[in-house]
Write a protein that binds this ligand. Structure first.
Ligand SMILES: Nc1ncnc2c1ncn2[C@@H]1O[C@H](COP(=O)(O)OP(=O)(O)OP(=O)(O)O)[C@@H](O)[C@H]1O
Length: 285
């Protein structure tokens, strides 16, 4: 297995009627890293992450543009490679919204992670083996959601849905997990649980995690490395600890206020000391 999980080189993206969303971005993430991608609204975080799984294609005139996952190109010069489906199977996606199919049960949603690994006919008919269902239950257990397995996904809270989406990536056996603003609409306690769950799969399973965040405090708390974007370019790449308020102001000016939100759970905000540990991620609730 190669040491590099994600290698992006000279990637540019322009949308038809818009400005340039990405401008010659180059970025490399090693296997087993947990990296935060921060930036103000519109800085290009989602666009960049969508390129990693080939959901968005770079500009065709982008000469040397290339995106590789685990040493294999998934797109080159704005074109998806032929075996992209195979490479995509290694990339688990967790989105801010529309993560789960609301009318399906939590267990079935987790089993959907297998769609890229089982024959089409089996996936279409929803024919999963007992062993696959056991694996899905184990994944739900790991994220503290096993007792919700038979419930419709639409009945879960936002944070619970995100944890189910993470369980789906475990069943998928993704080596790389891309989480695009997974905590954007969550309260601090739920946000901490989701971040702790991502940190746990990174720590315990060696899964490479790249997570885009608006709030730099969560980056500092959970991710050793932060990549900061502004106007479609990487403007900082280094230890998260370097992102002091003064440095953020230097990078983003007045926009830096958008990026500073307290990462402590609500009860700690009222009573506890700064930097208190988050709730255990794997407790159900
Ligand atoms: N499908 C699209 N069509 C046209 N323009 C787009 C599209 N997707 C993104 N953009 C533009 O590309 C730029 C980068 O958007 P992107 O969503 O990647 O930023 P972001 O940093 O993820 O923002 P946010 O934090 O608000 O999600 C923005 O100017 C946005 O309007």
């Amino acid at each position: 297995m190669p040491d590099t999980a994600i290698a992006i080189s000279q990637l540019s993206k322009s949308f038809q009627r818009g400005s340039r969303a990405l401008s010659e971005v180059s970025l490399s993430v090693e296997r087993g890293e947990m990296v935060a991608l921060i930036g103000a609204s519109g800085s290009g975080k989602s666009t960049l992450l969508r390129h990693v799984s080939g959901l968005t294609l770079g500009d065709r005139n982008g000469g040397a543009a290339r995106v590789e996952v685990l040493g294999r190109p998934i797109q080159e010069h704005g074109r998806l490679v032929r075996n992209a489906r195979c490479i995509r199977a290694d990339v688990g996606m967790v989105f801010q919204q529309f993560n789960l199919v609301g009318r399906l049960t939590v267990l079935t949603n987790v089993l959907l992670g297998l769609l890229c690994r089982v024959p089409d006919w089996r996936g279409t008919l929803g024919l999963f083996t007992a062993a696959e269902k056991r694996a899905a239950m184990e994944a739900l257990d790991r994220v503290g959601m096993a007792r919700f397995a038979g419930q419709r996904a639409s009945t879960l809270s936002g944070g619970q849905q995100q944890r189910v989406a993470i369980a789906r990536t475990l069943v998928q056996k993704a080596s790389v997990v891309i989480a695009d603003e997974p905590i954007a609409s969550l309260d601090p306690a739920s946000a901490n649980k989701v971040m702790e769950t991502l940190a746990a799969i990174n720590r315990e399973d060696g899964i490479t995690v790249v997570v885009s965040l608006h709030q730099v405090n969560y980056a500092a708390k959970y991710c050793p490395r932060t990549v900061a974007m502004r106007a479609g370019q990487v403007v900082h790449d280094g230890p998260s600890a370097a992102l002091t308020p003064a440095f953020l102001t230097e990078l983003y000016g007045a926009d830096s206020e958008e990026l500073i939100v307290d990462a402590r759970p609500e009860r700690d905000l009222e009573t506890g000391p700064r930097g208190a540990m988050p709730e255990p991620a794997f407790a159900a609730g």
